[in-house]
Ligand binder design. Structure first.
Ligand SMILES: CC(=O)N[C@H]1[C@@H](OP(=O)(O)OP(=O)(O)OC[C@H]2O[C@@H](n3ccc(=O)[nH]c3=O)[C@H](O)[C@@H]2O)O[C@H](CO)[C@@H](O)[C@@H]1O[C@H](C)C(=O)N[C@@H](C)C(=O)N[C@H](CCC(=O)O)C(=O)O
Ligand SMILES: Nc1ncnc2c1ncn2[C@@H]1O[C@H](COP(=O)(O)OP(=O)(O)OP(=O)(O)O)[C@@H](O)[C@H]1O
Ligand SMILES: N[C@H](CCC[C@H](N)C(=O)O)C(=O)O
Ligand SMILES: [Mg+2]
Length: 543
C-alpha cells in the first residue's frame, strides 16, 4: 500500500468545523460579489409557485432583500431572516438579533409570526406554513437561480459520498469542466479551499455558494447531499444535472428513526429534481431505488448494471486497476489510488455521473488516477516498517468495509483505534465495537466527539458489542484518551502490521461538551510514529 494517499490534513478551524454542534456553526459562507435585490412580492410569487400555496405578506411588499440567512447572528444588513422552527428553539425568538444585524425582512411560519420579537419587527414578514420548504426556492430566486447556469451533480448514500465527490470532481476536470466541490471536508473552487460546517449547507448558504461559483466561471459542481439536508429541504430550489446514490446502511437512526424513513429521505434526491439519475445497485436499497427512479445503474459486485467493473486488480501498493464496462460496449481502463472494493463502486458511480452529465467517459476515467481524499484511507508514513492509516469510518458498514480491505492488504496484524460519536445514533455503537473485535487483532476503544454525552457510557456500549460477539477475536482495550490510544497502537505495531485510526478522518477537533479541542488523527499518528522511531519509553503492547 505504498501509494496510499499521504495528503496533508484539511485546513484547520477551531470551532464549528464539522456538522454536529448544538450551537449553530457560523460557517465561513462563500457569498457572490453581486446580488440583484429581490422584492418581497417576487419572493412570495416564487414560494407560491414552488410550494403550491402563497405566503401571507405582512408589511410593504416592495421592500427588497439582497441575501438570506437562517442564523440570526450571521445576518448581513439587507438580508431576509428565515426564522424557522427547530428541534430546540424557534428561530423567531432570535428575530431581535437578526434585526439588530440589519435584516430587511423575515420569512417565518404561523407560529413564528405570533412571537413578540417578530410582531415588533417593523420589517415585512412573509408567513408560510412550510417556511423551511419555502426557504430553498426563495433563496434560489434571491441569488439569481444559479443552478440554471451550473451543472450540479449530487451524490447521496450512507457511505462514499465524500470519496465519490472527490473522484467526480477530478473526473469532471479531466473531461474539460471548470469544477467545484461541496461536501463534508471542504468547499473547493478555483484553488480556494474553505472548510465545511455541514456536509450539505443550509439553503441560503448553498444558493449563495452556487451563485459565487457561477461568478467564478465554474461549470460543474460535485456535491454531497446528506439525508439531513434532503429531509430539511436544504436543497430546495436546487436543480440537479445528476442525482446519484451509493448505498444505504444503518446510520442516523436517531434522526430518521427507521431504515424506511432514512431510505425515503435519500430517495428525495430522485423525486424529479435531477435531470438524470445514477444508482449503485449493490445493495437492496439501490435495487429498490433503481426500480422506481429511471436510473443509470452501477455495480461493482457483478450485479447486472449499465456500468460494471471487470479485471479488478488490487495491487499491494494500494492502487487498483480495472476496466469500467459502460453502455454501448464502452471499455475504459481505470487506475485508482484508493484501495478497497467499495472504492471501485465509488469510482463507477463517479464515472456514470459524469457520463450522465454528457461528458466524455474516456476523459472522465482518466481523471481518477491521482485522486486522494483527506482522511479517507490516508496513509501516514515516516518510514516505519508497518502501515498507519487514518480513515473516516464511523458507521458499521464503513468499519466493516475498511477493516476487510485492510486485512486483505496487510501482511501482519490489524490494530484498530475506534470510538463512536456522542449525541448520535446509539444503535451503531455495539455493532461497531463487535465489528472491530471481529476484524482486528488488537483494538483500542476510545473517544470520538463525545459531545454532551458521558464518554465512558459510549465506550461501554461499544465494549459490550465487542465482548458479546461470538466472532470476536481481538484483544480489546478501553482507553478513553484518544492520543494515548493512538500512541499505544503505534507502539504495539510490528513490521507488516496495519494500524488504523478510524472515525475522525479529516476532523481537526475533538468535541467535548460545548468545546472543540484541537485534535487531528493524522497529526497524532505522525507524532506517535516519530516518537516510536526515536523514543523507546512509549507504553508496551498490551497484547
Ligand atoms: C438535526 C439537524 O440537522 N439540525 C440542524 C437544524 O437544527 P434545528 O432546525 O433543530 O435548529 P434549532 O437549533 O432548534 O434552531 C432553530 C432555528 O433557530 C436558529 N437559531 C438558533 C439559535 C441561535 O442562537 N440563533 C438562531 O438563529 C437556527 O438557525 C434555526 O434555524 O438547523 C440548525 C441551523 O442550521 C443546524 O445547526 C442543526 O444542525 C445540527 C447542529 C447538526 O448536528 N446537524 C448534523 C447532524 C447534520 O446536518 N449533518 C449532515 C451530515 C450527516 C451525515 O451524512 O453524516 C450535514 O449535512 O452536515
Ligand atoms: N462505497 C462505500 N461503501 C462502504 N464503505 C465506504 C464506501 N466508501 C467509503 N467507505 C468507508 O466509509 C468512510 C467514509 O467515506 P466517505 O467519507 O466517502 O463517505 P460519506 O458518505 O461522505 O460519509 P459522511 O456521511 O460521514 O460524510 C470511508 O472512510 C470508508 O471507510
Ligand atoms: N457527519 C457525521 C460525522 C460523524 C463523525 C464522527 N467522528 C462522529 O462524531 O460521530 C455526523 O455529524 O454524524
Ligand atoms: Mg461525507
Amino acid at each position: 500500500m505504498g501509494n496510499l494517499p499521504t495528503v496533508p490534513p484539511a485546513p484547520s478551524r477551531t470551532a464549528g468545523e464539522t456538522s454536529g454542534d448544538a450551537v449553530p456553526a457560523g460557517p465561513d459562507v462563500i457569498r457572490p460579489r453581486h446580488v440583484t435585490p429581490t422584492r418581497i412580492d417576487a419572493l412570495a410569487a416564487r414560494i407560491a409557485e414552488a410550494t403550491g400555496s402563497a405566503p401571507e405578506i405582512h408589511g410593504d411588499p416592495t421592500v427588497a432583500v439582497t441575501g438570506a440567512c437562517l442564523r440570526a447572528q450571521d445576518i448581513v444588513a439587507g438580508e431576509l431572516f428565515a426564522a424557522l422552527p427547530g428541534a430546540n428553539v424557534h428561530g423567531a425568538d432570535f428575530a431581535a438579533v437578526a434585526l439588530e444585524c440589519g435584516a430587511a425582512a423575515v420569512l417565518t411560519d404561523p407560529d413564528g409570526v405570533t412571537r413578540p420579537a417578530i410582531a415588533r419587527a417593523g420589517v415585512p414578514v412573509l408567513v408560510h406554513p412550510q417556511a423551511r420548504e419555502a426557504l430553498g426556492p426563495a433563496s434560489s430566486l434571491i441569488f439569481g437561480d444559479p443552478t440554471r447556469r451550473l451543472a450540479v451533480l449530487g451524490v447521496t448514500g450512507t457511505s462514499g459520498k465524500t470519496t465519490t465527490s472527490y473522484l467526480l470532481e477530478a473526473a469532471l476536470a479531466a473531461a474539460g469542466a471548470t469544477t467545484g466541490l461541496i461536501g463534508t471536508v471542504e468547499t473547493r473552487m478555483r484553488g480556494r479551499h474553505v472548510p465545511s460546517a455541514f456536509t450539505t449547507p443550509e439553503a441560503p448558504d448553498l444558493q449563495a455558494l452556487f451563485a459565487a461559483m457561477v461568478e467564478e466561471g465554474i461549470t460543474h459542481t460535485a456535491m454531497e447531499v446528506s439525508s439531513h439536508a434532503l429531509s430539511q429541504a436544504r436543497v430546495g430550489g436546487t436543480t440537479f444535472a445528476v442525482g446519484a446514490f451509493t448505498n444505504l446502511s444503518a446510520e442516523h437512526l436517531d434522526y430518521h428513526h427507521t431504515m424506511e424513513g432514512y431510505f425515503e429521505a435519500k430517495a428525495l434526491l430522485f423525486d424529479g429534481r435531477a435531470s438524470a439519475h445514477v444508482v449503485c445497485v449493490d445493495d437492496t436499497w439501490g435495487h429498490r431505488l433503481a426500480t422506481r427512479a429511471d436510473a443509470v445503474t452501477v455495480s461493482a459486485t457483478g450485479q447486472p448494471a449499465d456500468w460494471t467493473a471487470t479485471g479488478v486488480h488490487a495491487h499491494r501498493d494500494g492502487t487498483q486497476t480495472f476496466h469500467a464496462q459502460g453502455p454501448d460496449g464502452l471499455d475504459l481502463p481505470v487506475t485508482l489510488r484508493l484501495p478497497g472494493a467499495f472504492n471501485v463502486a465509488n469510482a463507477l458511480v463517479a464515472l456514470a455521473c459524469g457520463a450522465a452529465a454528457g461528458l466524455d467517459p474516456a476523459r472522465l476515467a482518466a481523471g481518477f488516477a491521482q485522486v486522494q481524499v483527506p482522511g479517507r484511507m490516508q496513509r501516514v508514513d515516516v518510514g516505519q516498517p508497518f502501515l498507519a492509516v487514518v480513515d473516516y469510518a464511523h458507521k458499521p458498514a464503513a468499519v466493516e468495509a475498511l477493516l476487510t480491505t485492510l486485512r486483505a492488504q496487510g501482511t501482519g496484524r490489524v490494530l484498530t483505534v475506534l470510538g463512536c460519536g456522542g449525541d448520535r445514533d446509539r444503535e451503531k455503537r455495539p455493532v461497531m465495537g463487535a465489528l472491530a473485535a471481529e476484524l482486528s487483532d488488537l483494538v483500542w476503544i476510545t473517544d470520538d466527539n463525545p459531545r454532551t454525552e458521558d464518554p465512558a457510557a459510549i465506550r461501554a456500549a461499544m465494549l459490550d458489542g465487542a465482548r458479546t460477539s461470538d466472532a470476536a477475536r481481538a484483544k480489546v482495550t478501553e482507553q478513553g484518551d484518544r492520543r494515548t490510544a493512538i500512541r499505544a497502537a503505534i507502539a504495539a505495531a510490528r513490521p507488516g502490521d496495519v494500524v488504523v485510526v478510524a472515525g475522525k478522518g479529516h476532523e481537526p477537533g475533538q468535541k467535548v461538551g460545548a468545546e472543540v479541542l484541537p485534535f487531528s488523527d493524522v497529526d497524532e499518528v505522525h507524532a506517535a510514529l516519530r516518537s516510536t522511531m526515536t523514543d523507546q519509553s512509549i507504553p508496551e503492547d498490551p497484547a
